[in-house]
Design a protein around this ligand. Sequence first.
Ligand SMILES: Nc1ncnc2c1ncn2[C@@H]1O[C@H](COP(=O)(O)OP(=O)(O)O)[C@@H](O)[C@H]1O
Ligand SMILES: CSC[C@H]1O[C@H](OP(=O)(O)O)[C@H](O)[C@@H]1O
Length: 395
Amino acid sequence: MSLSPVSSYQPLNEQTVKELAFKLNFFEEDADLSCQEIGDGNLNLVFQISEKGKNAIIIKQALPYAKVVGESWPLTVDRARIEADALKLQQIHAPDLVPQVFHSDELLAVTVMEDLSSLNILRTGLINRNPFPYLAEHIGTFLANTLYFTSDYALHPFKKKEYVKNFSNPELCKITEDLVFTDPFFNSETNDFEEELLPLLKDLWNNFTLKLEVAKLKKSFITESEALLHGDLHTGSIFADENQTKVIDPEFAFYGPIGFDIGQFFANLTFQAITREDTEGKEEILTILSDTWNVFSETFSQHWQESGDAYTKVNGYLEYVLNKAFQDSAGFSGCELIRRTAGLAHVADLDGIPEKDKRLNAKRKSLSLGRELILNRHTLSSIGELTQLIRKHSS
Ligand SMILES: Nc1ncnc2c1ncn2[C@@H]1O[C@H](COP(=O)(O)OP(=O)(O)O)[C@@H](O)[C@H]1O
Ligand SMILES: CSC[C@H]1O[C@H](OP(=O)(O)O)[C@H](O)[C@@H]1O
């Protein structure tokens, strides 16, 4: 039986979302509520509802299409169920690192959650050069806990397969398969770039060694059901300040290779290593990147000691798993750098640079670093070698 306050899906607006908040008893019936739609992402509606002097709540609703494109791009609202279920699981394994979910409704495709607007979206905070002293510790822990505890290394095989089924997310995965792994490596209609970048892009499109390596990464993304991924872990999916970090928006969650989340986070940090002009600023980012890896690998290794799987006691297996995740993360990171530079969905780190020459210079660095990361990922044997490669291409 559905506990939904409505009998069919309907897109909410600032009036009907208040009525929903009342029906769900988040406010007393005489409360004077204010409400704004604050969503700035590509896909969903996000309403902030508040009563003067009290904590606000967030009601996020999936539309039956991709908001950024419109009704010509239909998209399942089941992504709201996936997002709510992923947040609830992440809350168990990484408490304090995700927003609290107060309520979710599959029929209306809504998630009611904690309002985090006292924190900053990390991408904006990094562009504004705010300090995030706990970011590496928090994201390293988030990655280690959510990835380890949803994997076969930790779970009974029946439970793991139940999760794989629950988090089957074909439509959202298809977006990533197209926009991250395919379109930017071909002269596709969805691509979006300044014409000055065309010669460099043609070099990528004609580089068959590169295409073979991207095909291998895409195969890994599609076929390796290693752990429950966040699936879209960029710096716009993280709220943070000097003390706290909260990961939001796991609607792309599905079972995939561990290195994918790590690589997306690395790439989105790397835009800052590229665009910051001072060495100190660049080094600050590279330190966050390498500290995140170190926290991730140490925490993941500690969890591994508790695994019940007989093979986890075999010498060399943990090192193999971590090394694969590390080299994959470099390759996935390369794909993310290229797609955010020349694909459909861009980032403010690059597009927000007002001076054309500087912007193009940063984009050229991003494209060439992306290519190097994809081609040379198997030569990287330590986090220091990865940060050195980024340093070389971003100076
Ligand atoms: N829990 C929250 N608290 C405060 N603001 C939020 C919250 N969740 C989302 N937002 C706001 O809505 C924006 C879009 O949210 P997001 O979940 O990324 O949507 P989309 O799935 O469309 O990308 C965020 O950038 C942020 O400004
Ligand atoms: C048409 S979806 C493009 C892009 O948007 C998603 O990001 P977000 O929902 O955080 O704005 C995801 O990265 C998709 O690849």
